[in-house]
Design a binder for this molecule. Structure first.
Ligand SMILES: *Cc1c(COP(=O)(O)O)cnc(C)c1O
Length: 407
């Protein structure tokens, strides 16, 4: 199949760069992948896509794979868009949906980005990768790297959820716990590029993870009959997903595939324990200052500084959305409650979005009957630390007092 990529483009100043060699950043800022959308529109249409297998690779004409390149894949299925009436009713939203990314390989939507990044790195002959991670990106790179037979180095804060540590170790990566945050891990990876000869797979430091994350937006559009929702709530760390979806929507609009021209308001959600994006949004800044002493149980949101900060803030503002910080101490409880209501394996990051939806509804920034889509970016089971268990123990299995069980 033919590739429609025309070039890469620096997000900070529009500099055009060639795409037939491996690229990283420009002025230490991210790159966009650009396509010949006229040609894409002549080659493919929604009806043809509808007949393809249900995976993110069905959007191949809008993805960076070069001609004849084979994807590195675990068969990433399309994730379900689930209506959540019980949760919606309690919050006061009549049309609430969850895009459930927990069902992807490695239990988070990081597989979308890393499937693309590893596929492209593999195409360019890269054999040694390194990544700083808040947790799930490391797990995904470990798995996709193993799948491609690459060597993978993972650097994570020492209090990263234990499942993330385990999945990297199990996939054969070299894993290091760092007494610091993801930004400190990022600095270790950056300084190691030369002495270690590895490729830096950090968020937005190569152009292709973004294209993988973009498929969330393509899928959401297709599953919604090419009519985008009114509001998207997105738990924002490095921001790849939010930026990627916004890019997807622009591309779909240019292609003329959208049945309704209104774009969703993009809501970036963070915890008040680490909220650089809401702070910059409220201050009217285009760049976010690093957050001091970042802490949150929603580990994917523990990103004190993002290289794509201006891309996140631009997307929120262009869309008419907002950035919100929710109280850290409410996240774990909101997670357990929402899972009990709908059974969906909601991660703490998504629970932060539930809290944000309640607040925005109260403030009149979301209307009760608007169509709202909340992203569940990972599986609850990856966060064993967040739920205190303290379960009752039956010491004598032959002498159960049934009268007390339902209390
Ligand atoms: C990485 C991650 C996020 C943040 O995603 P970005 O696209 O980098 O902002 C949110 N939730 C989970 C579960 C994550 O792993």
């Amino acid at each position: 199949m033919k590739s429609f990529v025309t070039n890469l483009e620096a997000a900070i100043d529009g500099t055009v760069l060639p795409h037939d060699v491996i690229q990283t950043t420009h002025e230490d800022r991210p790159l966009w992948v650009r396509y010949d959308l006229d040609a894409v529109g002549r080659a493919i249409d929604p009806d043809r896509i509808a007949g393809r297998p249900p995976s993110l690779w069905r959007y191949r004409e809008l993805l960076p794979l070069p001609d004849r390149a084979q994807p590195v894949t675990f068969g990433e299925g399309m994730t379900p868009l689930l209506q959540t009436p019980r949760l919606g009713k309690r919050i006061g939203l009549g049309n609430l949906w969850v895009k459930d990314e927990s069902q992807l390989p490695t239990g988070s939507f990081k597989s979308r980005g890393l499937a693309m990044a590893v596929t492209m790195a593999n195409h360019f002959g890269i054999r040694r990768m390194a990544i700083p991670t808040a947790g799930n990106a490391g797990g995904a790179l470990a798995a996709y790297g193993a799948r491609a037979g690459m060597e993978v180095f993972v650097f994570m804060p020492r209090d990263t959820p234990v499942i993330n540590q385990m999945e990297c170790v199990a996939a054969g990566s070299k894993v290091f716990l760092v007494d610091g945050l993801i930004t400190d891990c990022g600095a270790i990876v950056k300084r190691g590029i030369e002495p270690m000869g590895w490729f830096d797979c950090s968020t937005l430091k190569e152009p292709y993870r973004l294209e993988g994350k973009k498929t969330m937006g393509l899928e959401l559009a297709e599953q919604s009959g090419w009519q985008l929702p009114d509001v998207i709530l997105y738990p924002t760390g490095g921001g790849t997903g939010l930026i990627g979806m916004w890019k997807a929507f622009q591309e779909l609009r240019t292609l003329g595939w959208l049945r309704r021209d209104t774009m969703p308001r993009m809501i970036a959600v963070q915890s008040d324990g680490c909220a650089p994006i809401p702070r910059a949004f409220e201050a009217g800044d285009r760049f976010a200052k690093p957050w001091e002493n970042a802490r949150t149980c929603a580990s994917g949101l523990r990103v004190p500084a993002a290289v794509g900060d201006f891309m996140i803030l631009d997307a929120i503002r262009e869309s008419g959305g907002v950035a919100v910080a929710v109280p850290e101490e409410l996240i774990a409880g909101a997670m357990v409650r929402a899972i009990a209501e709908e059974g969906i394996s909601l991660c703490p990051e998504a629970a932060a979005c539930v809290l944000a939806s309640e607040r925005l509804l109260r403030d009149g920034r979301i209307k009760p009957n608007e169509r709202v889509v909340l992203f569940n970016t990972g599986a609850a089971t990856k966060y064993v630390e967040t739920v205190p268990l303290n379960l009752p123990v039956i010491d004598d299995p032959t002498a159960v007092d049934y009268a007390t069980l339902a209390l």
